[in-house]
Write a protein that binds this ligand. Structure first.
Ligand code: ZN
Length: 434
C-alpha cells in the first residue's frame, strides 16, 4: 500500500534546513519526497495522512544501547536473571525503544552471550516487531577490570556474567572467536578501567590491557568483518584504539590533546559515544529515585561530567562524529525508554545545535549501523524508518522525551506507533491524479 505523509515539515537529515512537502511510502521504502508546492501524484485507494503542523524525520539510532540491562539496581542484578527470562526482557526493551523513535540500536554489550543475537534474529525473522539491532556479546575484559565479578571465593558461571575475564592475547582471541561463533555483529572490549572499579580507574594514563591483547581481538574481528567497540575512558586507551583501528570508542572523557588529534585524524572512520546520560543521571537524579549518596561521590561524578563535557565539545568542534547513546537501563537513575535525554544533553552541554544532534542521531547513527546507504535519511529509495512529531524539535529538542508528542514511528514501512492524529484517509477514487 502507498501512503502519503502530506504537508509535513521534513527534516531529511542531510543537514539542510527543514522544508515542507510530502513523503510517499510504498511497501518498506520511501518512494518519493515531494517538495511543496509540487504535489505528489496520488492514485485512488492510496492513503493520505495530513501532517500539517507535524515534523517528519528519520528514525533515531541509540548508539550505546544495552537492551539486556533492565534498570539495574546493582552490578549483580543482571546476573540473577535466568537466560530465558532475560531474552524476553531484552525484546520488550527493544520494542519500547522502537516506540520511543529509536528504529536502530547499536549494542554496547549483552548481559549474557546471545541475548542480543536472539532478539535481533527473532525480529529479523519477522517473529516480533522491533528495531534494527547490531548485536554484541558480553564485554571482554582483563581480569579484575570492569565487569569481572569473580573473587577468590566466588566465581560466576561464564555465561551468566556480563563480562568474560581474559588474560593474554590467546585468551582475548578465544573470547572474540566465541562471540563470533555466537553470531554477534560487534565485539566489545574493555580497554580502560572505570570509576569505582578498584584500582583500575577511568583516568589512568596507562591502559589496563596490552596492545597485543587488543590487536588479537582486532585480528579476529577483521577476519570476520565484525566491528569492535571499546569501553575506553583513559587517554592512553584512546590512543591504543586509534592505533589498532577500533571504529567505535565509548566514553573517551580523558582523551588529552594528542589523543584528540589522533581521533580527528581518523574522523571519517571513527565514532565516539560518550555515554553521558548514565553518569549525569547518577549525579543529578538520585533523590528522584530515593538514593542518597555521600557528597564526595557526587563531587567525583560532577568532576567527571565537567571533564567529558570539555572533551565532547572539543571533539565535536573538530568534526569527530560524536553520537548520542547513554547506557540507559544500566542503572535505575537512567531508566530504559528515557534515552532521548541524551539529545538534550548534547544541545545543552556539548555545543550541538538541535539540527546537529538530529543529524548525529540519524545519518551518523545509520553510518554506525553500517546501513548509511539505506537508512538514516528521508530520501527516495531509503528504508521507510520514520518518526513523526507533533511540533518542532529544532525549537525544543526535549520533544523526543514526550511520548504524547511522538505521533508515529515507522520501521520498514510499518507503523510501530500510530497516534489517532495520523488516522489518514483513502484518496477519493475520483481524485485527479497528477
Ligand atoms: Zn555501557
Amino acid at each position: 500500500m502507498r501512503r502519503h505523509f502530506r504537508n509535513a515539515s521534513i527534516i531529511d537529515a542531510s543537514g539542510a534546513p527543514p522544508f515542507r512537502g510530502t513523503v510517499t511510502v510504498d511497501g518498506t521504502k520511501i518512494a518519493a519526497v515531494t517538495r511543496s508546492p509540487s504535489e505528489a501524484p496520488i492514485a485512488p485507494g492510496e492513503e493520505v495522512i495530513d501532517c500539517t503542523g507535524f515534523t517528519l524525520l528519520p528514525g533515531l539510532t541509540e548508539a550505546h544501547c544495552h537492551i539486556s540491562f533492565n534498570n539495574l539496581t546493582s552490578i549483580y542484578s543482571a546476573v540473577e536473571i535466568q537466560p530465558e527470562d532475560h531474552s524476553l526482557i531484552a525484546l520488550s526493551n527493544a520494542q519500547l525503544l522502537l516506540r520511543c523513535g529509536f528504529t536502530s540500536l547499536f549494542s554496547a554489550a549483552s548481559a549474557k552471550p546471545r541475548v542480543d543475537v536472539a532478539v535481533r534474529d527473532a525480529i529479523n525473522r519477522g517473529l516480533f516487531e522491533g528495531p534494527r539491532i547490531r548485536a554484541a556479546g558480553q564485554e571482554i575484559t582483563p581480569t579484575g577490570n570492569l565487569g569481572d565479578l569473580d573473587t577468590n571465593y566466588m566465581t560466576f558461571p561464564r555465561t551468566l556474567r556480563f563480562s568474560v575475564a581474559c588474560d593474554g592475547a590467546d585468551e582475548f582471541m578465544r573470547a572474540a572467536r566465541l562471540a563470533a561463533r555466537d553470531g554477534v555483529d560487534t565485539v566489545k572490549v574493555n580497554v580502560s578501567g572505570d570509576r569505582d572499579w578498584g584500582h583500575m580507574h577511568a583516568d589512568d594514563t596507562v591502559t589496563v590491557i596490552t596492545e597485543r591483547e587488543l590487536e588479537a581481538v582486532m585480528e579476529v574481528a577483521n577476519a570476520r568483518k565484525l566491528m569492535v567497540a571499546t569501553h575506553c575512558s583513559s587517554s592512553a586507551g584512546v590512543k591504543m584504539c586509534v592505533r589498532q583501528g577500533v571504529p567505535v570508542i565509548f566514553h573517551a572523557p580523558h582523551a588529552d590533546s594528542e589523543a584528540r588529534d589522533m581521533l580527528e585524524s581518523v574522523k571519517d572512520r571513527v565514532f565516539v559515544v560518550p555515554g553521558a546520560g548514565f553518569p549525569i543521571s547518577m549525579a543529578r537524579r538520585q533523590a528522584e529515585f530515593g538514593l542518597k549518596w555521600p557528597a564526595e561521590k557526587i563531587d567525583a561524578l560532577e568532576r567527571e561530567i565537567a571533564i567529558f563535557t570539555d572533551c565532547m565539545r572539543d571533539l565535536h568542534k573538530r568534526g569527530v562524529r560524536v553520537l548520542p547513546g547513554g547506557d540507559y537501563g544500566a542503572f535505575i537513575t537512567a531508566p530504559m525508554g528515557e534515552n532521548a535525554r541524551d539529545l538534550e544533553i548534547f544541545v545543552d552541554m556539548f555545543g550541538f545545535t538541535p539540527m546537529e544532534v538530529i543529524v548525529a542521531a540519524t545519518r551518523h547513527g545509520a553510518d554506525l549501523m553500517q546501513s548509511g546507504h539505506e537508512t538514516g535519511q528521508v530520501k527516495a529509495g531509503y528504508c521507510a524508518d520514520l518518526v513523526i512529531l507533533d511540533g518542532d524539535p529544532l525549537a525544543d529538542i526535549r520533544i523526543f522525551q514526550n511520548q504524547d508528542k511522538i505521533l508515529g514511528v515507522m520501521k520498514d514501512g510499518r507503523f510501530a506507533k500510530r497516534d489517532a492524529a495520523l488516522s489518514g484517509a483513502m484518496a477519493d477514487p475520483v481524485r485527479k491524479t497528477a
